[in-house]
Design a protein around this ligand. Sequence first.
Ligand SMILES: O=C(O)CCC(=O)C(=O)O
Length: 197
Amino acid sequence: MLNSSLFSTVSLDAAGHVIYRTNFPITDLLITKLETLWELHPEEFHTLMMHGKEVKTPRWQQAYGYSYEYSGSRNNALPIPEILEPFLAWGQQNVDPRLNGLLLNWYDGTAGHYMGPHRDARKGLVPDSPIVTISRGEERIFRIRPWQGDGYRDTLLTDGSVLVMPWATNLSWTHEIPKMKKYLGRRISVTLRAFAD
Ligand SMILES: O=C(O)CCC(=O)C(=O)O
Protein backbone atom coordinates (compact mmCIF):
# COMPACT_ATOMS: atom_id res chain seq x y z
CA MET A 1 0.00 0.00 0.00
CA LEU A 2 1.12 3.64 0.45
CA ASN A 3 4.92 3.86 0.55
CA SER A 4 5.05 5.99 3.70
CA SER A 5 8.76 6.80 3.31
CA LEU A 6 7.90 9.01 0.30
CA PHE A 7 4.87 10.88 1.63
CA SER A 8 3.95 13.49 4.26
CA THR A 9 0.49 13.49 5.78
CA VAL A 10 -1.44 16.77 5.72
CA SER A 11 -4.26 16.73 8.31
CA LEU A 12 -7.38 18.60 7.22
CA ASP A 13 -9.99 18.39 9.94
CA ALA A 14 -11.05 16.97 13.27
CA ALA A 15 -12.85 14.11 11.50
CA GLY A 16 -9.44 12.72 10.52
CA HIS A 17 -9.47 13.54 6.81
CA VAL A 18 -6.01 13.85 5.26
CA ILE A 19 -4.17 14.16 1.99
CA TYR A 20 -0.71 12.73 1.37
CA ARG A 21 1.98 14.49 -0.64
CA THR A 22 5.47 13.48 -1.64
CA ASN A 23 8.38 15.07 0.21
CA PHE A 24 10.55 15.56 -2.89
CA PRO A 25 10.20 15.26 -6.70
CA ILE A 26 10.05 11.65 -7.85
CA THR A 27 12.81 11.32 -10.42
CA ASP A 28 11.23 8.28 -12.11
CA LEU A 29 8.24 10.48 -12.95
CA LEU A 30 10.41 13.21 -14.50
CA ILE A 31 11.96 11.00 -17.18
CA THR A 32 9.34 11.66 -19.89
CA LYS A 33 9.86 15.03 -21.56
CA LEU A 34 7.14 17.54 -20.95
CA GLU A 35 6.88 18.29 -24.69
CA THR A 36 6.19 14.60 -25.39
CA LEU A 37 3.38 14.53 -22.83
CA TRP A 38 2.04 17.86 -24.10
CA GLU A 39 1.73 16.49 -27.64
CA LEU A 40 -0.76 13.88 -26.40
CA HIS A 41 -3.51 16.39 -25.68
CA PRO A 42 -6.70 16.08 -27.75
CA GLU A 43 -7.57 18.82 -30.23
CA GLU A 44 -11.00 19.44 -28.78
CA PHE A 45 -12.02 20.40 -25.27
CA HIS A 46 -14.18 17.85 -23.43
CA THR A 47 -17.87 18.81 -23.02
CA LEU A 48 -19.59 18.68 -19.61
CA MET A 49 -23.21 19.32 -18.61
CA MET A 50 -23.45 22.11 -16.02
CA HIS A 51 -26.90 23.21 -14.80
CA GLY A 52 -28.46 21.66 -17.93
CA LYS A 53 -26.10 23.40 -20.36
CA GLU A 54 -23.20 22.05 -22.41
CA VAL A 55 -19.92 23.60 -21.25
CA LYS A 56 -16.41 23.06 -22.64
CA THR A 57 -13.79 22.28 -19.98
CA PRO A 58 -11.25 25.12 -19.52
CA ARG A 59 -8.37 22.69 -20.20
CA TRP A 60 -7.90 19.54 -22.30
CA GLN A 61 -8.79 16.17 -20.79
CA GLN A 62 -8.42 12.56 -21.90
CA ALA A 63 -9.07 9.23 -20.16
CA TYR A 64 -6.86 6.21 -20.85
CA GLY A 65 -7.52 2.58 -19.99
CA TYR A 66 -11.00 3.07 -18.50
CA SER A 67 -13.71 5.54 -19.55
CA TYR A 68 -14.74 7.88 -16.74
CA GLU A 69 -18.20 9.40 -16.24
CA TYR A 70 -18.46 12.77 -14.51
CA SER A 71 -20.48 16.00 -14.68
CA GLY A 72 -23.11 14.49 -16.99
CA SER A 73 -20.48 13.36 -19.48
CA ARG A 74 -18.41 10.33 -20.37
CA ASN A 75 -14.73 10.67 -21.20
CA ASN A 76 -14.19 7.75 -23.58
CA ALA A 77 -10.89 6.06 -22.87
CA LEU A 78 -8.11 5.55 -25.36
CA PRO A 79 -5.71 2.61 -24.94
CA ILE A 80 -2.86 3.42 -22.54
CA PRO A 81 0.11 4.61 -24.64
CA GLU A 82 3.55 3.27 -23.76
CA ILE A 83 4.78 6.63 -22.46
CA LEU A 84 2.07 6.68 -19.77
CA GLU A 85 2.76 3.16 -18.50
CA PRO A 86 5.55 4.25 -16.08
CA PHE A 87 3.13 6.65 -14.31
CA LEU A 88 0.59 3.88 -13.73
CA ALA A 89 3.28 1.40 -12.68
CA TRP A 90 4.69 3.91 -10.16
CA GLY A 91 1.23 4.44 -8.65
CA GLN A 92 0.58 0.69 -8.43
CA GLN A 93 3.92 0.11 -6.71
CA ASN A 94 3.92 3.07 -4.33
CA VAL A 95 0.27 3.77 -3.59
CA ASP A 96 -2.23 1.03 -4.52
CA PRO A 97 -1.96 -1.99 -6.86
CA ARG A 98 -5.65 -1.60 -7.83
CA LEU A 99 -4.98 1.65 -9.77
CA ASN A 100 -5.73 0.89 -13.43
CA GLY A 101 -7.03 3.99 -15.25
CA LEU A 102 -5.63 7.43 -16.06
CA LEU A 103 -7.15 10.83 -16.74
CA LEU A 104 -4.84 13.52 -18.04
CA ASN A 105 -5.49 17.27 -17.78
CA TRP A 106 -3.45 19.73 -19.87
CA TYR A 107 -3.39 23.32 -18.58
CA ASP A 108 -2.11 26.15 -20.77
CA GLY A 109 -1.50 29.10 -18.44
CA THR A 110 -1.52 31.63 -21.29
CA ALA A 111 -5.08 30.49 -22.11
CA GLY A 112 -6.17 30.86 -18.45
CA HIS A 113 -6.80 27.15 -17.99
CA TYR A 114 -8.02 25.96 -14.58
CA MET A 115 -10.24 23.39 -12.85
CA GLY A 116 -13.23 24.50 -10.77
CA PRO A 117 -14.10 23.15 -7.30
CA HIS A 118 -15.56 19.67 -7.40
CA ARG A 119 -15.61 16.28 -5.71
CA ASP A 120 -14.59 13.45 -8.01
CA ALA A 121 -17.39 11.29 -9.42
CA ARG A 122 -17.45 7.82 -7.85
CA LYS A 123 -19.33 5.99 -10.61
CA GLY A 124 -17.35 2.98 -11.81
CA LEU A 125 -14.62 3.32 -9.16
CA VAL A 126 -13.60 0.68 -6.62
CA PRO A 127 -15.09 1.89 -3.30
CA ASP A 128 -12.45 3.14 -0.83
CA SER A 129 -9.73 3.37 -3.47
CA PRO A 130 -7.45 6.43 -3.46
CA ILE A 131 -7.17 9.14 -6.13
CA VAL A 132 -3.55 9.80 -7.09
CA THR A 133 -2.42 12.89 -8.97
CA ILE A 134 1.04 13.19 -10.48
CA SER A 135 2.02 16.72 -11.56
CA ARG A 136 4.27 17.61 -14.45
CA GLY A 137 5.39 21.01 -15.73
CA GLU A 138 4.52 24.35 -14.21
CA GLU A 139 3.73 24.42 -10.50
CA ARG A 140 0.10 25.19 -9.64
CA ILE A 141 -1.92 25.63 -6.46
CA PHE A 142 -4.19 22.74 -5.41
CA ARG A 143 -7.01 24.25 -3.33
CA ILE A 144 -9.24 22.19 -1.13
CA ARG A 145 -12.39 23.38 0.65
CA PRO A 146 -14.65 21.66 3.12
CA TRP A 147 -17.72 20.40 1.23
CA GLN A 148 -20.51 22.91 1.97
CA GLY A 149 -18.24 24.60 4.54
CA ASP A 150 -16.09 27.71 4.76
CA GLY A 151 -12.42 28.43 4.18
CA TYR A 152 -9.80 26.63 2.14
CA ARG A 153 -6.35 25.04 2.29
CA ASP A 154 -3.69 25.38 -0.41
CA THR A 155 -0.90 23.00 -1.40
CA LEU A 156 1.67 23.68 -4.11
CA LEU A 157 1.89 20.99 -6.78
CA THR A 158 5.37 21.00 -8.32
CA ASP A 159 6.94 19.11 -11.24
CA GLY A 160 7.32 15.44 -10.29
CA SER A 161 5.22 15.67 -7.12
CA VAL A 162 2.42 13.29 -6.20
CA LEU A 163 -0.72 13.96 -4.19
CA VAL A 164 -2.94 11.20 -2.82
CA MET A 165 -6.53 11.84 -1.87
CA PRO A 166 -8.17 9.09 0.12
CA TRP A 167 -11.76 8.18 -0.81
CA ALA A 168 -13.24 9.67 2.39
CA THR A 169 -11.41 12.98 1.87
CA ASN A 170 -12.94 13.29 -1.62
CA LEU A 171 -16.40 12.94 -0.04
CA SER A 172 -15.80 15.65 2.57
CA TRP A 173 -13.59 18.14 0.70
CA THR A 174 -13.73 19.67 -2.79
CA HIS A 175 -10.60 20.30 -4.81
CA GLU A 176 -9.69 22.67 -7.64
CA ILE A 177 -6.81 24.20 -9.61
CA PRO A 178 -7.56 27.93 -9.40
CA LYS A 179 -6.92 30.35 -12.23
CA MET A 180 -4.09 32.74 -11.30
CA LYS A 181 -2.55 35.42 -13.50
CA LYS A 182 1.00 34.51 -12.52
CA TYR A 183 0.77 31.05 -14.07
CA LEU A 184 1.60 31.32 -17.77
CA GLY A 185 3.29 27.98 -18.41
CA ARG A 186 2.18 24.46 -19.23
CA ARG A 187 1.09 21.90 -16.68
CA ILE A 188 -0.09 18.34 -17.07
CA SER A 189 -1.72 16.29 -14.35
CA VAL A 190 -1.85 12.52 -14.56
CA THR A 191 -4.58 11.26 -12.26
CA LEU A 192 -4.73 7.55 -11.45
CA ARG A 193 -7.90 5.86 -10.26
CA ALA A 194 -9.02 2.28 -9.56
CA PHE A 195 -11.92 1.26 -11.80
CA ALA A 196 -14.04 -1.81 -11.12
CA ASP A 197 -14.01 -4.27 -14.04
O1 LIG B 1 -4.93 18.80 -12.26
C1 LIG B 1 -5.01 18.41 -11.11
O2 LIG B 1 -4.06 18.36 -10.34
C2 LIG B 1 -6.35 18.01 -10.55
C3 LIG B 1 -6.94 16.83 -11.28
C4 LIG B 1 -8.30 16.54 -10.75
O3 LIG B 1 -8.72 17.06 -9.74
C5 LIG B 1 -9.20 15.64 -11.41
O4 LIG B 1 -8.85 15.06 -12.47
O5 LIG B 1 -10.32 15.48 -10.90
